[in-house]
Design a protein around this ligand. Structure first.
Ligand code: KG4
Ligand code: ZN
Length: 353
């Protein structure tokens, strides 16, 4: 039916109009809903799926079922916290991709139904673009980067260095050729017997250890690209070798092992960022994605401000890992420029920025 394939309502945007955005994120294993008033976040609710912990990683089939269970309560809570009635909503923004197809389908279908039911425009959002534009959420003491700037997106699924020319124009300068940096953290955690996700656990123990105790090799990868699979293998062999000699090696050295792994990963990231700044001459550097919650990368960026004169932009903790507020801020900029999706839009597991 043709009428379903076009936005049913296109508002006449008046400059300075107050808009309320309901945003939905369901790309992986967090179900999240947020309400924004223009570029201000008034609620941001995240339901983290605990079910995956016992499997040591995200099980896609279980993730989509949990999204289906969580999505209504999470949206209800976001509206309640924002003290907003659904009739006040101006638009709904949702994550179209990249991510797990089953998970994306839950958010996509939900958002399309809401748009149809409330007769409001629908906005589709690229998850990685959202990790970058999270820096444009209006927050006290959080200056927004000027264009152009460099953004390093570091998450469980991505590792990229992007030149951001404006809110909608991105150039990928380099990316991982194999594992994402979040995977490197999580797989290291798994090798050490830590619960999933390993990233925050490695970070926690790393803060108590000696980062130079166990040196690991850095990969030799050209240009601004990354590779983490070799590091994972060398960590695995190192732990196997040492535990053969001493079965309690990991327990006795956990802090130092985590600190050494984290030190190597952060060095790999920083080497490429330094090269990207040299190549582009752009000294405004932002990070986004779950791994930007890491204490090591946050400290390294702060040092780069002092040592290299960079201006760095680090998101607030709640906007680092997956959340709907970042989807909402993309929704805000797309609404302002009337970039609405038609009702035949579909989820996209591979969605290049
Ligand atoms: O952006 P995100 O929430 O989901 C994806 O889009 O992938 O990122 C999740 C990743 C996981 O690999 C998790 O272990 C990692 O971010 N992560 C961390 C920390 N907090 C989350 N990695 C290192 N240190 C942390 N503090
Ligand atoms: Zn993410």
């Amino acid at each position: 039916m043709f009428y379903l394939c076009t936005p049913i309502f296109i508002p006449n945007l008046v400059e300075k109009e107050t808009i309320y955005i309901l945003a939905i994120e369901s790309s992986c294993d967090d179900t999240s809903a947020a309400v924004l008033c223009n570029d201000n976040v008034i609620s941001n609710v995240v339901a983290t799926q605990k079910i995956h912990e016992e499997y040591g990683g995200v099980v896609p089939e279980l993730a989509s079922r949990a999204h289906q269970q969580n999505i209504l309560p999470v949206v209800h809570q976001a509206l309640l916290k924002a003290n907003i009635d659904k009739k006040q909503l101006s638009t709904i923004a949702f994550t179209r991709g990249p991510g797990l197809m089953g998970s994306l389908l839950v958010g996509t279908s939900f958002a399309k139904s809401v748009a149809l039911g409330l007769e409001i425009p629908l906005i589709e959002v690229n998850h990685m673009q959202a990790h970058i534009l999270a820096h444009f959420i209006n927050e006290e003491n959080s200056p927004k980067p000027e264009f152009p700037f460099l953004a390093m997106t570091i998450s469980g699924g991505h590792t990229q260095i992007v030149r951001v020319n404006n809110h909608f124009n991105f150039e990928i300068l380099g990316e991982t050729l194999d594992d994402a940096v979040g995977e490197a953290f999580d797989k290291s955690g798994k090798i050490l017997g830590l619960p999933y996700p390993g990233g925050p656990m490695v970070d926690k123990y790393a803060q108590l250890g000696d980062p130079k105790k166990f040196p690991f090799p850095k990969p030799k990868v050209g240009n601004l690209n990354f590779s983490f699979s070799g590091l994972k293998t060398s960590i695995l062999y190192f732990i196997q070798r040492e535990t053969q000699k001493n079965p309690t090696f990991v327990a006795e050295n956990l802090n130092d092992i985590c600190a050494s792994i984290q030190y190597t990963i952060i060095n790999i990231l920083m080497d490429k960022l330094i090269a990207a700044v040299k190549q582009t001459g752009i000294k405004r550097v932002a990070i986004g994605g779950g791994v930007s919650a890491n204490s090591g990368i946050r400290a390294a960026l702060k040092n780069a401000e002092k040592n290299y004169g960079w201006s760095t932009y680090i998101p607030k903790f709640e906007y680092c890992t997956d959340n709907a507020a970042m989807i909402g801020i993309v929704g805000y900029y797309k609404y302002k420029s009337q970039r609405f999706a038609s009702h035949d839009v579909t989820a996209k597991a591979r969605y290049i920025i």
